[in-house]
Design a protein. Structure first.
Length: 105
């Protein structure tokens, strides 16, 4: 039974979260880094290429499973909702705060 469970876990793709606040808590608890992927999944050609060439590679999946908390900030053109707009505003505020902290050092 343990072997079957291990095989199922090994075959599952990486889990990309969408909630940055929960990702911060998870990263703090596990002492891991956060990788935020800003993408336009239905219109951004470089984003699609990056996903196919890097994020779906076996090497990245092995590294990310042990070292990263993954957050996908997707901003599609076709199905943008008020949720996406509020998420974009929160991410912009977060990036602004990080920039201010880095430049004030």
């Amino acid at each position: 039974m343990k072997t079957l469970l291990f095989i199922l876990v090994a075959v599952l793709p990486l889990q990309w979260g969408t909630d940055f606040e929960s990702a911060k808590k998870t990263a703090r608890d596990k002492h891991e880094l956060i990788l935020v992927n800003f993408s336009g999944s239905d219109w951004c050609a470089p984003c699609i290429q990056t996903r196919k060439e890097y994020f779906e590679s076996e090497a990245f999946e092995k590294f990310a499973a042990d070292n990263l908390v993954l957050v996908n900030a997707d901003f599609p053109r076709k199905r943008r909702t008020s949720y996406h707009r509020s998420k974009l505003k929160r991410m912009k505020r977060w990036l602004t705060n990080i920039t201010k902290k880095v430049t004030s050092r």
